[in-house]
Ligand binder design. Structure first.
Ligand code: NAD
Length: 339
């Protein structure tokens, strides 16, 4: 039942899409907050729109830097509720100094992301996008569509948290050998599955498929770069459903041009915030790296779609609104992110 406190809470919801409105409106039936959905991003130009709101709800491509946090503080914002797992776009130090608390959704469905990553992998190894375009136009030829069995190949999982572990188990189901890299290994799980942690250099050298599942940090930024690409097998496939900046996209383009790697399946891109989630089909893409990536027959791009399942959306709405309730009810803020 709605409490007095809940009724009084105004939430400014940024970068709202139709599926967000649907899932949050449905879930809010049992919370009854006042949610105003804004189509635009939160950034230094738009942050003043938070005036009169105690809570800001933001997503992966909103900008929550020091400037934005100062403005939010002036607007009276008390809580930033991230409706995602990653928080690399939030200046945690500035938020702490401003006394604004940050909450997030640490896990909503690791299956949603891992299953999409498997889909991306099959799209590249079995040339499904090309096959789709051909049969749609009545071209039923097979030349150029020769694929590769996953069975017996070695898959490397970089980051063995919730999503990485799910991905490892899915790929093991194809009969792939699984190797892992994580500075904080989950040895018990790996032993129980007969998977093996290896040093990073061996990881890059020996994998046929490399799937990225670590958070974006100072340490992991461009973990796939010119040097690591040079270590990889010439036919290795890279899958990135983590964060765009895990890969140095310039270096990836060079490696693809020189045919030094086998292909890439990308759900995220370092400079995605300008393009992803937006219809650019009638505009000129000015980002030459993105435009070049889209031209390769062995690259498949989706626009940060891996989380987008009905299960994940309703979990995200439930946990986000629950985080806000915990904050105002003085309960333990289990999903708080601290500097
Ligand atoms: P998690 O916190 O459960 O696991 C992350 C793992 O990465 C941890 O085991 C951690 O030890 C490991 N790690 C940290 N630094 C590392 C390094 N230098 N090298 C290798 N591993 C390292 O996170 P999760 O729920 O599995 O999510 C992983 C990432 O997936 C998130 O941080 C987010 O960026 C991304 N994500 C993307 C989507 C999408 O729609 N594409 C959706 C959800 C999450």
């Amino acid at each position: 039942m709605q409490t007095k406190t809940e009724a009084a809470i105004n939430i400014a919801f940024y970068d709202a899409k139709s599926y967000d409105r649907d899932s949050f409106t449905e879930t809010n039936r049992s919370f009854l907050y006042n949610i105003d959905f804004f189509d635009f991003h939160l950034n230094p130009k738009t942050a003043f729109s938070a005036k009169g709101y105690k809570v800001v709800c933001a997503f992966v491509n909103d900008v929550i830097n020091e400037t934005v946090i100062k403005i939010l503080k002036e607007c009276g914002v008390e809580l930033i509720a991230m409706r995602c797992a990653g928080y690399n776009n939030v200046d945690l130090k500035a938020a702490k100094e401003a006394g604004i608390r940050i909450v997030r959704v640490p896990a909503y469905s690791p299956h949603s992301v891992a299953e999409h990553a498997v889909g991306l992998l099959l799209a590249v190894t079995r040339r499904l996008p090309q096959a789709y375009l051909r049969t749609k136009t009545g071209n039923f030829t097979l030349d150029g569509l020769t694929g590769r069995d996953l069975f017996g190949l070695t898959a490397g999982i970089l980051g063995t948290g919730k999503i990485g572990r799910t991905m490892a188990e899915l790929l093991a189901g194809f009969g792939m050998n699984i190797v892992l890299y994580d500075p904080l290994p989950n040895k018990e799980w790996a032993e129980s599955k007969n998977f093996k942690y290896v040093p990073l250099e061996d990881f890059f050298r020996n994998c046929d498929v490399i799937s990225l599942h670590c958070p974006l940090t100072e340490e992991t930024k461009h973990i796939v770069n010119k040097q690591s690409l040079a270590l990889m097998k010439k036919d290795a496939i890279i899958i990135n459903t983590g964060r765009g900046a895990l890969i140095d996209a310039h270096a990836l383009v060079q490696a693809l041009k020189k045919q030094e790697i086998g292909g890439a399946a990308l759900d995220v891109y370092e400079e995605e915030s300008r393009y992803f989630f937006t219809d650019w089909s009638a505009n000129v893409i000015r980002d030459d790296v993105l435009a070049r990536l889209l031209t390769f027959p062995n690259v498949f791009v989706t626009s940060h779609q891996a989380f987008l399942t009905t299960n994940a959306l309703s979990n995200i709405a439930e946990v986000t609104l629950g985080n806000i309730r915990d904050f105002y009810n003085g309960g333990k803020l289990e999903n708080e992110v601290k500097a």
